[in-house]
Design a protein around this ligand. Structure first.
Ligand code: ADP
Length: 348
């Protein structure tokens, strides 16, 4: 899709979004509630039409410039959190539903094969009301995949399942997609799910794509403080860029070329901070220790920081009451102000 926008009244749900899905690629669209993820899927599926921009499957334009191909002609499968099965039809009949264009025997064989793939062949004659949540979602998967879509669109499909079932159904779903080389777009607000499932993550905020890339790339090189927060824990501290370095209360970092002189926001991954004995690095004092399973949760006072620094560390890595702090530059990200401030206040 290129330059796609969708407005609902005064809300710009999608703002000039461009996105490409490679063959067999599994893409996660990650973002908070209301950022436009479902709108994106609905436009791709053909359940809604863009106000601007175009959507194409390969060379075939399906939406934009006056065209809006109906959902059934697009070759996409849908699996939604609340994509309910038809209660009055058996499991097998539910899976056959999308195969109405095939002869009875062919449709039945394909539906059985798809049910077998999700491990539910033995429930073919059951009714949906007798299935567990995980089984029902696996039937929904079989139904979505029965017509052999080229792309499967998944909208928070696992979020109604309990933790153990969620992992299993997710793994089953990914296994079927990988084996058959079916591309997928998975919408989720759960960063761990996006990291676990996707070849590539597209991070959205307020109808726009903030950044896209592999989980590793987004973690290691976030484009904004918002992106830094989205993919894992960060500690934010103030800093000042002067000449070739950035001075912070926790020590000095090299100044990235793109950062102008002046006030900056520094986002640190916890592993960017090394705690050593007093005398090594910036002096600091441990104010409190709390049990956190295999780790100790520390509150550490550092001159120049408004609030204590909170770190979780293995107990053996905690030297004593007076400590020294060192920064490891590779995991520290420096953002110029005021952009950093604006993005951060947006997502609070
Ligand atoms: P997400 O899936 O990320 O939670 P949505 O795509 O559902 O976000 O919604 C994006 C924005 O568009 C939200 O502000 C939402 O309130 C608005 N929106 C979505 N669908 C409609 C609609 N049919 N009518 C009016 N506003 C809508």
């Amino acid at each position: 899709m290129s330059g796609v926008s969708r407005r609902y009244g005064r809300t710009l749900a999608l703002d000039n979004v461009s996105l490409t899905l490679g063959p067999g690629e599994i893409l996660a669209v990650l973002g908070a509630s209301g950022c436009g993820k479902s709108t994106l899927l609905r436009l791709i599926a053909g359940l809604d039409a863009p106000d601007g921009g175009e959507i194409a499957f390969g060379d075939r334009r399906v939406a934009g410039r006056g065209r809006n191909a109906p959902p059934a002609s697009r070759g996409v499968g849908l699996m939604f959190q609340d994509y309910a099965l038809f209660p009055h039809l058996t499991v097998l009949a539910n899976v056959r539903f999308g195969l109405a264009h095939l002869r009875g025997a062919d449709a039945r064989d394909i539906a059985r094969e798809r049910l077998d793939q999700v491990g539910l062949a033995h429930r073919a004659d059951s009714y949906p009301g007798t299935l567990s949540g995980g089984e029902a979602q696996r039937v929904a998967l079989a139904r979505a995949l029965a017509p052999r879509p080229r792309v499967l669109l998944l909208d928070e499909p696992f979020s109604n399942l309990d933790a153990g079932t969620r992992e299993r159904v997710r793994a089953d779903t990914l296994a079927v997609l990988r084996r058959d080389g079916i591309g997928a777009i998975l919408v989720t607000h759960d960063a761990a799910e996006a990291v676990a499932c996707a070849d590539r993550i597209v991070l959205m905020h307020r109808g726009r794509i903030v950044q896209s890339g592999s989980a590793e790339a987004l973690y290691a090189a976030p484009a904004t403080p918002f992106a830094a927060r989205a993919l894992g824990e960060i500690i934010e501290i103030p800093g000042r860029a002067v000449d070739g370095h950035v001075a912070t209360p926790l020590g000095t970092l090299p100044r990235p070329d793109a950062v102008p002189e002046g006030a900056v926001k520094v986002c640190l991954r916890p592993e960017a901070i090394r705690l050593g004995p007093a005398g090594a690095g910036v002096p600091a004092r441990i104010l409190g220790r709390a049990f956190a399973g295999p780790r100790l949760r520390l509150d550490i006072a550092v001159a120049g920081l408004g609030a204590p620094l909170r770190l979780d560390l293995p107990p053996e890595a905690v030297p004593g009451e007076q400590v020294g702090i060192e920064l490891l530059p590779g995991r520290a990200h420096v953002f110029p102000l005021p952009d950093g401030v604006q993005v951060l206040s947006d997502c609070n």
